[in-house]
Design a protein around this ligand. Sequence first.
Ligand code: A3P
Length: 330
Amino acid sequence: MATIHGEDEKARCRTAEEEDVKKGLMQEEGSLLSSEMPPLVQHQNFWVSPKLFKSMQLVQEEFVPRADDIILATYPKCGTTWLKALAFAITNRSRHMLAHHPLLTRHPQDTVPFLELPNRRIQPLAELEAISSLRLLATHLPFPLLPASVTAVGSRVVYMCRDPKDVFVSKWHFENRMSEKLFIELGLSFHLFCEGISVCGPIWNHYLEYWNESKARPDKVLFLKYEEMMSDPVKQVKRLAEFLGAPFTDTEERSGVVDEVVKLCSFEHLTSLKVNSTGVADLIGGFPMENSTYFRRGKVGDWENHLSAEMAQQLDSIVEEKLKGCGLTF
Ligand code: A3P
């Protein structure tokens, strides 16, 4: 079963079967940018854009996971760019001297490919086949929408979540920069977010599915929080390295390699690099954007500059209620 959203600016959703998914696809291909909001289709309780829906189907049908794959999973705007940089730096640290590190000249988004891409038909999944093991891959797909084979073969997943209030603010800014025509006034965007209507949302379900998986299979799913990464990056980076099967040796720790990785991937350092602050590239498939779009404030609690106390409380109580009893709090 699927539902479609996005035909007008109210959070109007109607239940529909496969026919309506097709309609959503046509709608989007014909007039994505002319309508105020892109249409979303609901699939297995998650909202996806029609293009993402098609891409997800392709991933489910054709992606061949490997046991040693590492999949970096995030709800959009939870720190994907940072996680990509860190995982890439950790797993490649013996090959690259810091002075010539690829992250000095390559955008972090460009170092780890997404499984799903809006234009996967143009950039076929076969490209991922060509990557030698140990592959670092990324996804925004909710856990239930990943191919079951990912779990079956035992690929590892690193998940990063973030305070939903900061995610919302980050997402609102990002979407506004994607296209002026997609501009949605903050209040309406917030209303939809609280209704759970956002790409790959509801955010709480996205978190919950990976959280439960990390509890059930801690050796296969590592659950990280943006806020914990910010408050103690050294500790969290060591934790990440261990999970990735590339723990720092005592010698490395003593000689400051952990600190170097943290610094290399810090917001301040990455934003100081030309590759991340200038130019336009299509890094996420089908959306050429300024490279700087993936970096904004990089702060915990920036929501305070955008949301009223009432809005914050509203979102907090929704999230608290949805995550009640699972052990995950913000
Ligand atoms: P803000 O918009 O709050 O600044 P994603 O990479 O999933 O798209 O998330 C983008 C968010 O992560 C943005 O948040 C961005 O500034 C922040 N970010 C990007 N690189 C970062 C880094 N190295 N350290 C901390 N935050 C980072």
